[in-house]
Design a protein around this ligand. Structure first.
Ligand code: NAP
Length: 253
């Protein structure tokens, strides 16, 4: 069975690693190409956009893909919408692997906002020291609030730097632990954290650290994603694929 995994996440990498050992599946992993040096993957990888839903549909047909797994980041809403459209048109079964969002627990001081512009507004005008754990594309709106000091942590360097007078840059790839993030926020005298509600463990460290340090977190709400059959774990993907394989065999495909 030929499978295309739309990846860019820890889960997609883990899924590819687990499927690599199964002879009955031939797997390709697709990455957007957002990071300069992606981690090695256990299966053949293609990098770069398909050219919208039409391009992805064409790829599914040309490569005779028999199952599409959307294991993209919960904020990568365009590719998920494209996946739903392309899978429907090419009549390829689609499964989404999505991490549940984090939910607030005792001690969290969250302000949930709809977009980055609202996140900037939520900081207020009194100068603060703000931790931004996100990449260049997303932090641009913070140039509208140059009064704050920004600590920016991203996988690749922010180049060119943000057009604000006070910014500190850190390049690092997760996972990040609560202990390390707590030390970082403490050392840098951070008084507000802006984050996406990514879910999962790899980037929860800053949320737990903010709670421990009694810091407010401005949390970007998740984008709307298309309706699709959805599971939350790599094991559930396996069960779905095994079922799809058995059904195909029963049909004599
Ligand atoms: P997006 O807005 O959903 O996608 C934009 C375009 O990138 C898509 O239309 C598609 O181009 C291409 N693309 C995205 N994922 C792809 C994949 N797996 N394989 C091939 N092409 C892909 O996603 P985004 O711009 O990458 O990211 C949006 C948000 O998700 C950001 O908040 C980002 O931090 C977060 N995020 C993304 C990734 C990632 O790997 N993409 C990882 C971590 C976090 P075509 O239309 O040309 O096919």
């Amino acid at each position: 069975m030929k499978i295309l995994i739309l990846g860019g996440t820890t889960e997609a990498r883990a899924l590819a690693g687990a499927l690599a050992g199964r002879d009955e599946f031939s797997v390709t992993l697709s990455l957007a190409g957002r990071t300069a040096n992606p981690l090695p993957q256990a299966v053949p990888t293609r990098i770069g956009g398909f050219g919208g839903a039409e391009g992805l549909e064409r790829y599914l047909r040309q490569e005779r893909i028999e199952a599409l797994i959307d294991a993209t980041h919960p904020y990568a809403a365009i590719i998920s919408a494209n996946a739903a459209r392309a899978a429907e048109r090419a009549k390829v079964p689609l499964l989404a692997l999505r991490r549940p969002a984090w939910t607030k627990v005792e001690g969290d001081q969250w302000t949930e906002v709809a977009n980055m512009h609202d996140a900037v507004a939520a900081l207020g005008t009194v100068p603060r020291r703000v931790f931004l754990a996100m990449g260049r594309k997303e932090i641009e709106p913070f140039t509208a609030a140059p009064e704050h000091v920004y600590l920016v942590r991203s996988v690749d360097p922010v180049d060119p730097p943000l057009a604000v007078p006070h910014a500190i840059y850190l390049t690092a790839r997760g996972p990040f632990s609560e202990v390390d993030d707590r030390a970082l926020l403490d050392r840098q005298n951070i008084d507000a954290v802006v984050a996406k509600n990514s879910g999962g463990d790899a980037s929860y460290g800053k949320i737990a650290a903010a709670r421990a340090l009694h810091l407010p977190v401005i949390l970007l709400e998740r984008p709307a994603l298309p309706d699709a059959e959805t599971v939350e774990t790599v094991e559930d993907v396996f069960a779905w694929l095994d079922h799809a394989l058995t059904s195909a065999e029963a049909r004599g495909v």
